[in-house]
Design a protein around this ligand. Structure first.
Ligand code: 5RP
Length: 262
């Protein structure tokens, strides 16, 4: 790994060096979901939360139009797209942002979705591999966003299949979903694994999920809806951070969260 790539990776996931988890704040949902609840006005709702994240995952459109130029967070730029929630099969994505533009936007990493077991599996895996060739030429780490076919359970079998394939193809970090026996998935990937939060669930459950993932070896969370759709997004990102980075128990983090609402 070149010094530049390693340095960028450690800025995106600072917990790798300190031995804690890291908080990647994900707000890229609009690239296929449009005006997602909680992200309608990112300047108003998201910018105040930035000081509490370690890195920010988003599209170039929202980066350019809503994120202040003084932003200190390392940027994880989504570079795959080509689909919308209106399609039954969501896997028809390709590489849509050049590495040149990622560099121009000062991205610290790029993120690409692979769809294992889906209709466009082959296309996404080949495009992903080509992205790695290109991004690594410039020392830019690549985050594999793993998705599995729509008829597949998000369980250890399929999620570890998708995650290990991503690692074999050269991913520098992997985003997947938490599942039973998650530590077995982490153990077969050999690169840092972060978990997505998934659909909004009660805050106490989201904090428990974050705790379970870190306890099972995740390098952090790549969490979006469970932060920006929480009753108080600002208090929620701080609660998630307390669990993931400071090792606060999910029960105490939830108590703190509830008391900060009053
Ligand atoms: C969307 C993504 C999201 O960034 C990822 O799923 C994390 O967000 P959430 O916690 O809301 O699931 O990759 O494709």
């Amino acid at each position: 790994m070149s010094w530049g790539l390693s340095n960028r990776l450690n800025r995106v996931l600072p917990g790798l060096a300190s031995g804690t988890g890291s908080v990647m704040f994900a707000i890229d949902h609009g690239y296929f979901m449009g005006p997602t609840t909680g992200l309608e006005d990112p300047k108003k709702t998201i910018v105040p939360l930035l000081p509490h994240g370690d890195s920010l995952m988003l599209t170039r459109g929202i980066l350019k139009s809503c994120i202040p130029k003084e932003c200190k967070l390392p940027i994880v730029l989504r570079v795959s797209s080509g689909n919308s929630i209106l399609n039954d099969d969501m896997s028809n994505e390709k590489l849509c942002v050049s590495t040149e533009d990622a560099i121009r936007l000062n991205a610290s990493a790029v993120a690409f979705s692979i769809y294992v077991g889906a209709e466009y599996e082959h296309q996404t895996l080949v495009e992903f591999s080509k992205l790695i060739n290109e991004a690594h030429r410039y020392g830019i780490p690549v985050l594999a966003v793993t998705a599995v076919g729509k008829n597949m359970d998000r369980d250890l079998r399929y999620l570890s299949l998708a995650s290990r394939i991503a690692a074999e193809l050269g991913a520098d970090m992997i985003k997947t979903y938490y599942c039973e026996d998650f530590s077995r998935l982490v153990n077969v990937c050999h690169v840092p694994v972060v978990i997505a939060g998934g659909k909004k669930i009660p805050e106490a459950d989201a904090l428990q999920l974050a705790h379970n993932a870190i306890s099972d070896g995740a390098a952090g969370v790549d969490m979006g809806r469970n932060i920006f759709q929480a009753e108080s997004p600002s208090d929620m990102i701080q609660a998630v951070r307390s669990v993931v980075v400071e090792g606060v128990s999910p029960e105490d983090a939830y108590k703190n969260y509830k008391s900060s609402l009053r």
